[in-house]
Write a protein that binds this ligand. Sequence first.
Ligand SMILES: Nc1ncnc2c1ncn2[C@@H]1O[C@H](COP(=O)(O)OP(=O)(O)OP(=O)(O)O)[C@@H](O)[C@H]1O
Length: 209
Amino acid sequence: MFHIKNLRYKDILYIDELKIEEKQVTCIIGQSGGGKTTLLKMLNHMLSPDQGEIVYKGRSLFEWNPIALRREVVMLSQQPVMFEGNIRENLNFGRILSEKEPLDDEKLKEALKFVCLQKKLEDDVEQLSGGEKQRLALARIFLMDPEVFLLDEPTSALDKGTEEKIMDAFIRYSKEKEKTVIMVTHSDTIPKTYADKVITINKPTGDNQ
Ligand SMILES: Nc1ncnc2c1ncn2[C@@H]1O[C@H](COP(=O)(O)OP(=O)(O)OP(=O)(O)O)[C@@H](O)[C@H]1O
């Protein structure tokens, strides 16, 4: 699905060749500051390489309309993005960005349950904790229903039990719906439990595979 060739970005990321397969769970691991987030941002064209090429579905990312690409390839960033307003508005905002119709409260409540978030749709997002915001942002991209999920440390602010419940549900859903999941993680257990493939990205030495 993604094919990276001879990628160079500043002195941050050097990848000679890397393939990421569709409908699989790929975990990206490696040392802090090694360039994992930078790589995720390249996959939905929020950053461009200085040299080399990223091919997505057989076409160079440069040929893709960035907006159309980001409807298919959605990124959950490390610091969850929150919009002013309540939980309902925050969940449906992703749907608007994806040009999909807003969902009724029943569907939104199901999404909150999916991420183990016991809050009301009317609750203001300002009052949520870091871990609650992380789960709300995950529920929002889940409702966007993209083909590819780029997840940057999606459970870093959660306790082990909650991490396991959410990851179990999310990966089961992704497999059923044949989604592609590309996830940066520092967890020891997530790659072992869920990954079809693990990629290690460390500071450049030229042998990132
Ligand atoms: N736009 C930028 N310009 C210059 N340097 C950057 C830029 N973005 C990130 N960096 C640097 O690039 C390196 C890689 O950062 P990145 O966030 O990709 O690492 P990471 O592997 O995701 O780290 P962590 O595991 O700590 O989240 C870091 O040294 C960071 O400071």
